[in-house]
Design a protein around this ligand. Structure first.
Ligand code: HSE
Length: 412
């Protein structure tokens, strides 16, 4: 008996999926216990020189209407075509595996329900952390825990850029270009740089951990485009590095707090050693304590590793729904950003900045003033005590009447 699969999208992840599958085909078939073949690869572009040119198609309906196709890898990305394709495939009882974090974050609840109703599976290990196993550990291995918090460096591109800027003083533009050449960045790298990709990923992890769909548009998200070398220098002297971190956690009042933002991470914290394209995710459970997952968070073969793993799982579970789900339930379970408590690093510029230290302190309470080599008198950087974000914002508004607030970065 032989099983047929199809791949939708022959970009970085799609071509990696085909490459890895063909490379390890014999081992995969022995694992599943039957022959498995890629029957179709769907892409609108032509690949006449590809060794798989004979399997390339442009019409989605060929896959949908072929009863031989059991599992489809949707690695095309986006939430329009991919949504229509995935919905139709699941409704027809074919399992879908994906690296598409945008679609899982936005439509996960609905698509998981369709999979359940049709006795098939929607698997998305590749949607978070590239090659790092994190989805299955949360819903399987750690299912006996109440998840208290998940924090992670979730975007390979921005971590690569920050590492190059900090370690090699490479310009932001050059570092981004290298990330694109390495196949890490999104088609539109704004999604990486502005934290949108990491936001989708923390929403997926939070939805999985807390059983409620967390809408990426409903949580605070900021990226790294406004980080200046001055901030990197102040952080360094004070014993921190800057990382883009997503955090989702259960709060005391029963609300879920979720956000993505750059953070000052203490140099002794393990996240400070997560460099280049690597991601790290720390899951805190009330039984396990801290469990940390680390590995390549983006790139062709690491992401393909997760996609192929899901293909195997889907083939092995033919006819059985693996009970992963979360519910759509509005957003009143989310803690408003104004109620979050944070300690923040602030950098201001202005004629009288140096002379305003005591005025700033009387506003915020005890401040830690930071130094960097060559700090001009017109610049001040400080770390506030932990306080409500609404209070911090109010203070910064008052402050902005006398100085320009150049940066505000939360501490982890
Ligand atoms: N653009 C993403 C990243 C790809 O850089 O992490 C992996 O999801």
């Amino acid at each position: 008996m032989s099983s047929k699969i199809a791949v939708i999208g022959y970009g970085v992840v799609g071509s990696g999926t085909v490459e890895l599958f063909e490379k390890n085909k014999a081992q995969i078939e022995s694992n599943i216990g039957r022959q498995v073949d890629i029957k179709y690869i769907l892409d609108l572009k032509d690949f006449p020189d590809s060794p798989y040119a004979d399997r390339m198609i442009k019409d989605f309906n060929i896959i949908l209407n072929d009863p031989e196709v059991e599992v489809v890898a949707e690695v095309v990305g986006g939430a329009t075509f991919a949504y229509n394709y995935t919905k139709a495939l699941l409704e027809s009882g074919k399992s879908v595996v994906t690296s598409n974090k945008e679609l899982v974050a936005r439509k996960g609840a609905e698509l998981l329900k369709i999979a359940k109703d049709n006795g098939c599976n929607y698997l998305f290990e590749a949607s978070v952390g590239g090659g790092i196993p994190i989805i299955r550990p949360i819903y399987k291995c750690l299912a006996g825990n109440k998840i208290e918090e998940i924090a992670g460096i979730l975007n390979g591109t921005t971590n690569f850029i920050l590492t190059k800027m900090i370690r090699e003083q490479m310009s932001f533009e050059d570092a981004l270009r290298q990330a694109q050449e390495n196949g890490y960045a999104e088609a539109d790298p704004t999604a990486d740089v502005e934290g949108i990709d990491a936001c989708r990923k923390i929403c997926i992890l939070g939805s999985l951990a807390y059983g409620k769909q967390i809408d990426p548009d409903k949580i605070h998200c900021s990226g790294i485009s406004k980080i200046a070398m001055e901030d990197v220098e102040y952080a360094d002297v004070a014993g921190y590095v800057i990382k883009l971190v997503g955090v989702v956690k259960d709060t005391e009042n029963g609300k879920i707090s979720a956000m993505v933002s750059p953070r000052l991470v203490e140099k002794k914290h393990m996240f400070s050693h997560v460099d280049d394209v690597y991601n790290a995710i720390c899951v805190k459970g009330n039984g396990v304590g801290d469990a940390v997952f680390y590995g390549r968070g983006a790139g062709k073969l690491p992401t393909a590793s997760a996609v192929v793993g899901d293909i195997i799982d889907a083939l092995k579970h033919k006819g059985t729904h693996i009970g992963v789900h979360w519910d759509e339930c509005g957003d009143d379970f989310l803690l408003p950003r104004a109620d979050e408590e944070s300690s923040v690093y602030v950098r201001v510029k202005g004629e009288n900045a140096e002379s305003m230290k005591s005025a700033f302190s009387s506003m915020f309470g005890k401040l830690i003033f930071l130094e960097r080599a060559g700090r001009p008198d017109t610049e001040l950087a400080f770390i506030t005590p932990k306080m409500k974000e609404s209070e911090i914002d109010a203070n910064l508004t008052i402050l902005s009447h006398s100085v320009t607030v150049e940066s505000k970065i939360r501490l982890l």
